[in-house]
Design a protein around this ligand. Structure first.
Ligand code: GLA
Length: 704
């Protein structure tokens, strides 16, 4: 037996590899954990894992290896299922050889009888996040249908006895469910053409505080299986598998052809906060396109919750002028600006596909609005939903065959719309031509790219076509920033993030809901990619009324924006909003580059988070429900140097009612100096008694 060892900054992967022999040639991950000392005896490490054979197991207990198959008695979910001429092929891969670097390795397998070759790639990236993918090649002389191909098959140590999975709905994304991992395991999938609101493409496994996070970087359908006790594993391991989900017959490889899975990602950390920081480091360094060249994340004003479909040039210019006075830096024109010859987008039932500026809204074209936005010192963004078509559109009337449909069947709509067949080159060419023309004709700095329906039927090549269009557009217009939106957070994954600049976490802008939604996404994604808007009050989705101070403080912890009509705010609200926008501009460098920490608090209705960066930190402490006690427990900070001293201030504006309860407002105006040890151990006693009160806490390190 030989070993392949890969090291990251703080992790080690060890693979036992055996070409041929009684185990019939297997490559197996035998260690994934904290970095091992140089010179660790890898043979002893592997031997320490091996168990004996139990009754009622195959005589040679199977080792699932990096590509678990049905062969040899493995009863768990297989990583690979292929067919020829409709018949399942009984594959039996043998490991042949490995190629390795210090932080990466490739494992080549083949099954000559089945006529397939499989290469498994594992690589340790920034943040010690491991990225894996698998390439399958058809070596036979007949077509090979690929029914299932996992991007990852990870042996999970049995100390991970709990799982957090996610569920969600429109306007209610990323509900976390932590529970014991039952012996019958876990199976998730999406079959709607995108990851969906249910968040099945994200998973956390827990061993007490220690946590393992996994994700599939793919914007289409996925499957995920966790087999905690697949009979026959023989070494006490559970196996976590995930991959892109395809319909039977969707992927057929011609002789000599190959397919590579999207990447799966996983990482291990001592606690959930550390795991989030590992993923954030990874996203910043390895996922986001050219992040190093990004400027500060501009404050948006988006027209959707301000005006909806009630658009006119004068109304939009008035909105832009209001935005300019608040300190907004980017004006985003949402849905409703386009249309065709016969019909214009005055509601959500028409005109998708007709990406022409609508003359009834813009008799003089878009240019005067764009020019006014620029003259107010803002750049201009535009909403599009390229993959969709309304049955009531010129595009559909001209090309009814361009949408996804089953011949002879009714074409099921959702939000009154159909989806275009993105696998077709002519469809992509049309969309590219329209988007390219818009971006050439107008100085558009930003696209909000939406996707507002589930796919039924789903179709082969849809996600690949989406990526191809996005990639072509980005190559032609590299300076344009793009947001991935799908009725909120219906299509959020590292695949789309590698091509875009931010995501829309939820249509729900209610600050109380956002205090759950943003921290949930931030388990994997850094604040700078999470669009975070101040919505109207009452909130159109929840009906809740919240003070501007509270809404604005919560929105600062993300990529801040406004999605409300300032003309409908009071002077006081506008002032409060403008003051928070100014505060955000001071602090966004910290919020968008730093390390995120959650702040634990005994009251479950107090949410705290904090970002530390170099010698500065900004914290948020927000109270959502009435406190059961007069004096809420102090808020204990995190991520500070215990030995250092920090200047602590409560930057204004302060919450309107709560400042009445500050016993010593003058002291707070001047700030306090305390050690990291005191701030983390003892905390700060803030007046958190009223529901819907939030404080920002600013820290500056004084001593080295
Ligand atoms: C989706 C988006 C919203 C908005 C509307 C416009 O619902 O999530 O933010 O853009 O579409 O129709």
């Amino acid at each position: 037996m030989e070993f392949v060892r890969c090291d990251g900054a703080g992790v080690t992967l060890v693979f036992a590899v055996e070409a041929g022999g009684p185990e019939q040639g297997v490559a197996d991950c035998v260690y994934f954990g904290p970095r091992l000392p140089a010179g660790e005896d890898l043979g002893a490490l592997a031997a320490a894992m091996l168990r004996g054979r139990h009754e009622s197991q195959p005589d040679i207990p199977p080792r699932p290896g990096l590509v678990p198959e049905r062969k040899g008695g493995w009863s768990g979910t297989p990583a690979l299922e292929v067919r020829r001429a409709g018949l399942a092929v009984d594959t039996h891969l043998r490991f042949r050889r490995a190629e390795q670097g210090t932080d990466r390795a490739e494992f080549f397998h083949a099954d000559d009888a089945a006529g397939i070759a499989v290469c498994v790639q594992w690589r340790i990236g920034a943040g010690d996040v491991v990225r894996t993918s698998v390439t399958l090649r058809n070596l036979g002389d007949a077509p090979l249908s690929v029914e299932r191909l996992a991007a990852l098959a990870l042996p999970v140590p049995r100390r991970f006895t709990e799982v957090t999975s996610f569920s969600g709905r429109w306007a209610g994304e990323m509900h976390e469910h932590r529970r014991p991992l039952a012996p019958d395991g876990l199976a998730r999938e999406s079959a709607i053409g995108k990851p969906g609101f249910a968040g099945g493409n994200w998973l956390l496994l827990h061993a007490g505080e220690e946590v393992l996070g996994a994700h599939l970087a793919w914007s289409g359908d996925h499957w995920l299986a966790l087999d905690p006790d697949a009979q026959g594993a023989a070494d006490g391991r559970a196996v976590l598998l995930t991959g892109a989900r395809h319909e039977a017959g969707e992927i057929v490889l011609a002789p000599g052809e190959s397919i590579t899975t999207p990447e799966a990602l996983f990482a291990l950390a001592p606690d959930a906060d550390a795991l989030a920081r590992a993923f954030h480091a990874h996203v910043r360094a390895d996922v986001l396109p050219q992040r190093a060249a990004w400027g500060p994340r501009k404050v948006h004003l988006n027209s959707w919750e301000a005006l909806g479909f009630d658009l006119s040039e004068t109304g939009l210019i008035a909105l832009a002028e209001q935005a300019g006075m608040l300190g907004i830096e980017r004006f985003v024109l949402d849905d409703g600006w386009f249309g065709g010859q016969e019909q214009r987008r005055r509601n959500d039932r028409t005109s998708l596909g007709d990406w022409f500026v609508s003359p009834d809204v813009f008799p003089r074209g878009l240019a005067p609005l764009v020019a006014r936005v620029h003259s107010l010192g803002m750049d201009f963004g535009l909403w599009v939903e390229p993959e969709m078509v309304s049955p009531d559109s010129d595009l559909y009337r001209a090309h009814p065959d361009w949408c996804l449909h089953s011949e002879g069947r009714a074409r099921p709509t959702m939000r009154g719309q159909l989806a275009l067949d993105m696998a077709r080159e002519d469809v992509r060419d049309y969309l590219f031509a329209r988007l390219d023309a818009l971006l050439r004709e107008h100085a558009i700095a930003y696209l909000k790219w939406d996707h507002n329906r589930d796919l039924f039927p789903s179709a082969p090549g849809q996600t690949e076509g989406f990526y191809a269009l996005l990639d072509r557009l980005r190559t032609a217009h590299p300076q344009v920033e793009i947001e991935s939106c799908s009725s909120g957070g219906g299509r959020i994954d590292m695949g789309v993030l590698s091509r875009t600049h931010r995501v829309w976490p939820s249509d729900n802008n209610d600050a109380i809901e956002r205090l759950r939604i943003i921290p949930a996404w931030s388990r994997f994604l850094p604040l700078e990619v999470l669009g975070s808007h101040v919505g109207p009050s009452p909130n159109p989705i929840t009906g809740r009324r919240l003070a501007m101070d509270f809404r604005a403080k919560v929105a600062m912890f993300g990529h801040m924006g406004v999605e409300a009509d300032p003309a409908r705010m009071t002077d006081k609200e506008r002032d409060t909003l403008a003051a928070h926008i100014a505060l955000y501009k001071i602090w966004r460098g910290v919020l968008h580059s730093g390390k995120l920490h959650r702040l634990a608090h005994p009251d479950p209705n107090v949410t705290g988070m904090m970002v530390t960066h170099e010698d500065k930190a900004l914290a948020l402490a927000a109270q959502t429900a009435f406190s059961p006690v007069f004096d809420a427990a102090p808020v204990r900070l995190a991520g500070l140097d215990p030995q250092a001293r920090y200047r602590v201030t409560l930057p204004e504006p302060w919450p309107p009612r709560a400042q009445h309860y500050l016993a010593n407002p003058d002291t707070w105006r001047g700030g306090l100096t305390l050690s990291g040890a005191a701030l983390m151990g003892h905390g700060l006693a803030l007046p958190l008694t009223h529901p819907e009160t939030a404080w920002a806490i600013a820290l500056e390190r004084l001593d080295p």
